[in-house]
Design a protein around this ligand. Sequence first.
Ligand code: NAP
Ligand code: GDD
Length: 375
Amino acid sequence: MKKAIITGITGQDGSYLTEILLEKGYEIHGIIRRSSSFNTGRIDHLYSDKSILNKKLFLHYGDLVDTSNLNRLLEKIEPDEIYNLAAQSHVKVSFEIPDYTAQVDALGTLRFLDAIREVGLKQVKFYQASTSELYGKVQEIPQSEKTPFYPRSPYAVSKLYGYWIIVNYREAYNIFACNGILFNHESPRRGETFVTRKITRAVSRIAAGLQSNLSLGNLDAKRDWGFAPEYCEGMWKILQHDKADDFVLATGETHTVREFTELTFKEIGIELDWAEKEEKERGIIKTINLEKAKELIDFGRKSSGYKFGFSENLKPGSTVVTVDPNYYRPTEVELLIGNASKAEKVLGWKAQTKFEKLVNLMIKSDLDKVLQRGY
Ligand code: NAP
Ligand code: GDD
């Protein structure tokens, strides 16, 4: 049985990766942070399973800013593979807490690599959660492993350090260390302050009459959005390759935040119109397809036990999206679109879930939650 350490196990990717590796027969050691309230929501279904907890899944307190803790865990566990997913992962927040972001995202990676040297784990394989944010002000379209980097936030600059320290330790000490340069990947487990989940959650709540408006920042930023579980399978594939290397994982499609918003509303039968420009721009209900809304509710009542229906207050002409400059970033990444042909050729990895399907599965999941619980 292979042993894997996963940092960031309580996050979106950590939770999916845990499921995937358990399925493959791994023993998992997850590192969690002490928190004043529960932070294991995404892995509770595994954690509460008596056949898994402390048999195949072990949780340890730890933090990427605590070197001695990392050393102790490595000595005790002696893992075959390490997936370093822990990070202060919010780009906008990194402008508010740049020092902490660097401590975790840049130096945290170094601490782990150095602990591997210190403990003398010669055979271990190390996956680093690198990011398309490295491309920032893009120097080439689409972006591949060969595209020069131009980071545009304290988060991206910290991850750039993480990227290069992986390359350096691989070359200097022959550690099997790899960067997965992953483009945005989303899911129903995505944190609620990232734009996709913020949109699908807000649109569900607007439909139910629990909130009247969705407030967004830059509507014209473009992202290459894929489905998180497929990217976590890609992380595993990267470590199974016979040579340590760096890979881009992406869908090869790009869409604006505006398109994501329009399509999410469309999924519940609302067509949007846009009025005014820039900070005054507003998304207004153009038409409502009452038949589609009724179909959704009837289906949800039968399949998911919906207790709530759509709000009667949704009317053509109502403003449901506004722009709030507080969500703008001091420096923005305007366009990301990845070229994952190396991963397809070398690893046999290809993104399967494209934009429309992703929006559909995320809005369905949030509608289910909101209309079952009423909040
Ligand atoms: P996420 O949902 O924000 O999860 C981050 C995880 O890191 C959480 O488990 C968090 O713990 C943990 N963490 C934060 N600071 C820590 C610290 N100081 N010590 C130990 N653990 C800490 O992020 P994600 O979307 O799953 O992304 C996983 C990784 O991939 C991150 O490194 C992210 O930067 C990178 N990435 C993500 C994407 C994407 O589109 N999702 C794309 C490229 C790269 P708590 O639960 O206690 O907060
Ligand atoms: N969060 C957020 N909230 N973003 C908004 C909003 C809003 O209200 N309105 C517009 N946006 C725009 C942002 O300005 C950005 O251009 C885009 O939506 C995506 O923002 P996020 O969803 O926060 O993700 P991100 O692209 O900045 O970062 C994510 O992907 C990176 C990979 O490229 C994170 O998961 C990073 O950890 C990851 O490295």
